[in-house]
Design a binder for this molecule. Structure first.
Ligand code: SAM
Length: 261
């Protein structure tokens, strides 16, 4: 039960602690690095993710591994705009709970939320929770949507996190995951992607954030994450139905979706 991690090989039980350290180290530079490493494309992927979620007034969203709030903020904007154009808004209160295992990431997110005015109002509740995706400190059957963006790859026991997602969703609720994935049948692109991942990303981390290892970890964790069909089966094993996936940017990323029926 060993996993390769950065330069070392560690027991998977230690992975949670290592991941915690990685995100503690990168929290302050997290947003800058996301833009630099993906050349801004992560914003587009997140926009598409939210479009696919297609929230309506009254949605109760749990955004797990919510980090510095990128998914939640898009959702808040979306819901606030819906509310503005809807007379009946007050009768359907929406909510978002942003959960992350790392208080440092949440702190950066909460500061951003204050600055952007992304706080609770009459029609929307915004809540920040520190907790583990594998053991959600939340009651069962209460959310209508569960999102996890670039988070599940960091979780030590993915099957546990998926079962927890299932538990906290209401019947009819939707699970959606945005995650790096694997390029399919394109050797040239694969070669370019490998060069970029191994030759550019860690040095960029060193230059912009003065850190090499978290960015080496990032590249390795992407490679180890299950392929799309395998991940689809894992979601089904947790109980979800109508599980589908969609490739983004030639499969570099994927959105998986499933329902608790
Ligand atoms: N969702 C955000 C985004 O798309 O920008 C943040 C993604 S960031 C790459 C991954 C996040 O997962 C980090 O904030 C990290 O603390 C969190 N994380 C890692 N393991 C976790 C766990 N077991 N439970 C909850 N959050 C976790």
């Amino acid at each position: 039960d060993f996993t390769h991690f950065g330069f070392e090989t560690v027991k998977t039980d230690e992975k949670t602690e290592k991941v915690h350290q990685v995100f503690k180290d990168v929290a302050e530079k997290y947003d800058l690095m996301n833009d630099a490493m993906s050349m801004g494309i992560h914003r587009l992927w997140k926009d598409i993710f939210l479009e696919r979620l297609y929230p309506t007034l009254g949605t109760k969203l749990l955004d797990v591994a919510g980090g510095t709030g990128d998914i939640a903020f898009r959702y808040i904007n979306y819901i606030n705009n819906l509310n503005k154009s809807n007379q009946d808004a007050y009768s359907k209160k929406s909510s978002v709970t942003i959960l992350d295992i790392n208080q440092h990431m949440l702190n950066v997110g909460m500061e951003r939320a204050e600055k952007l005015g992304h706080i609770s109002n009459e029609t929307l509740d915004v809540e920040w929770v520190c907790g583990n995706a594998e053991e959600l400190p939340l009651e069962s059957d209460q959310f209508t949507a569960y999102t996890i963006a670039f988070g599940i790859r960091n979780v030590t026991h993915i099957d546990k996190a998926l079962r927890e997602a299932y538990r906290v969703l209401k019947p009819g609720g939707r699970f959606m995951c945005l995650e790096f994935s694997h390029i399919e049948n394109n050797e040239t692109l694969q070669w370019l992607y490998d060069q970029y991942s191994f030759q550019v990303i860690p040095p960029m981390g060193q230059i912009l954030a003065n850190q090499w290892q978290p960015y080496q970890y990032l590249v390795e964790s992407i490679r180890k994450f299950p392929k799309k069909l395998e991940f689809k089966s894992m979601i089904e094993e947790a109980g979800f139905k109508q599980v589908t996936y969609e490739n983004l940017t030639l499969g570099i990323c994927a959105i998986h979706s499933g329902f608790k029926l």
